[in-house]
Design a protein around this ligand. Structure first.
Ligand code: SF4
Length: 226
């Protein structure tokens, strides 16, 4: 198993960009391009709400940690969990962990906050799986599931962390590191996702698709006499 140096860690949140579009991920994480649109602004507000309140809150059988920093040296990623719930459990449960300065044992459950409604693709589930894999590596435990909370439905969706999701996260992390090493931005591949893409004005998929700059100028300005 590869052990990445801290300097080479990539942003965990990039996994959802990569799952959405490899080019979008490269524009943001290799070329440092970013453009806010309504969706990204709404998403930021949602995360700020999740991070409101004390960083560590103790309820009856539950400890709630907000903005917990996480990393995995084997995947070469780091990030922040919106919320991690530590739920009191029996010592003999296989995923039980002990916590510094706390009595008893706890099971670990991450909760990721998302604006909008559950997506048909796996982008959110992959991001949650990457969080689980980081927490497992940091806390030497096994986590069977986590939750995605959606702003539109105001409900939590339970996500089983399957072998398939874990395999995909490993593949994505490995591919992202290879692209960073090569400093390569994948070419435009137009899909329906382009309509909702926060970088469509930077990526300019239409211009890339058209046969020539001449056609583009004629269409957008009406004359090539400049
Ligand atoms: S506009 Fe389309 S091809 Fe370009 S980055 Fe966005 S989703 Fe990817």
């Amino acid at each position: 198993m590869k052990d990445y140096k801290e300097d080479d860690y990539l942003m965990l949140s990039g996994i959802q960009h990569y799952a959405f579009c490899k080019r979008q991920w490269a524009l943001i994480h290799i070329e440092n391009q970013w453009e806010e649109n309504l969706r990204t602004i709404e998403g930021n507000i949602m995360h700020e709400r999740a991070h409101n309140g004390p960083k560590l809150e103790s309820r009856k059988n539950l400890l709630v940690s907000r903005e917990m920093r996480i990393f995995s040296s084997s995947l070469g990623i780091s990030g922040i969990c919106d919320v991690v719930e530590f739920k009191k459990c029996n010592r003999d449960e296989e995923n039980a962990v002990t916590l510094f300065n706390r009595e008893g044992c706890y099971s670990v459950i991450p909760v990721e906050y998302k604006k909008g409604e559950p997506k048909v693709n796996d982008a959110d589930r992959l991001q949650l799986t990457a969080q689980v894999m980081c927490l497992e590596e940091m806390l030497c435990t096994f986590i069977e599931y986590g939750y995605l909370y959606y702003g539109t439905t105001r409900r939590r969706e339970k996500v089983e962390i399957t072998e398939d999701l874990r395999k995909k996260v490993k593949e994505i992390c490995s591919q992202m590191h290879q692209l960073v090493e090569k400093q390569y931005t994948p070419k435009v591949k137009r899909t329906k996702a382009c309509n909702a893409c926060s970088l469509k004005n930077i990526c300019i998929p239409k211009l890339m698709k058209n046969s020539s700059v001449h056609d583009y100028i004629l269409k957008n300005i009406g004359s090539e006499e400049l």
